[in-house]
Design a protein around this ligand. Sequence first.
Ligand code: ACO
Length: 237
Amino acid sequence: MEFNFCINDVLPHRLNCIDGSMLPDSFESDDRQMIAECQQKVAIILDKIGVSSGIAQGLQTPVTSSDRLRNSDHKVYLLTNPDGDGGDGTVVGLLKIGHKKLYVFDAAGKHHELTPICVLDFYVHESMQRAGCGRMLYEHMLQAENINPEYLALDRPSEKLLGFLKKHYDLVHIIPQNNNFVVYDRFFSTNPDLLPGYKNSAKIDSSRAAGKSSFSITPASGRALVSRPVGAMDKAK
Ligand code: ACO
């Protein structure tokens, strides 16, 4: 995806992370004009690739846009090709994540109120799909967030994403939910912190190597059934 400015000046690395500040993680300047210019270009990038992602998924409204990211606690990882567009660089893909408060069934049918990291949007430019770019983005995100793939919830995953997760992470067995999010059996079964007796409001932060997760559990009632309507906290995608 090409732009009428030099992508490499705005996104100097192949893998970049943008948060609600609308600045890449590599950005280093206190100069107000430079900050404003960079934020403006980041907004153009997000809006353009967000529209392409929405079209690729058949969505009426893009999930990723500058307006939706600005001042949010979500993050967008961007993959570039620095050699593209005659050396100005191109944007190859995006991966948007963020915490969401969800009601999630475990395999036994019990309901949990959780705030996992969710995959909200994932897109690789059509010209670059099935060439490992998605894997590169996903791996980078997993390392940056220090999380195992099974501990992520997926917001309305496409068949392509489900195939991607099966191929790269052997994620196959989905636990049916009453909302638009998908979690796999390993979301619960391999997570020692979700065994009976966990502490209320436990914030789980641990290393990927140790095979743990990174999300918070909020209910005082723990694993007991939640009485509020299923999917009440779901967002419209
Ligand atoms: N049909 C079926 N499976 C596919 C396809 C496809 N057209 N494209 C990718 N995959 C899956 C397959 O498992 C594939 O392996 P294979 O080629 O051996 O069959 C694997 O992904 C390829 O892995 P990568 O090359 O690392 O992934 P890629 O760079 O293609 O990125 C992505 C994957 C982001 C899903 C890309 O295909 C894409 O942008 N698709 C369109 C948008 C989309 O569906 N995004 C997910 C929306 S859901 C959400 O964001 C929560």
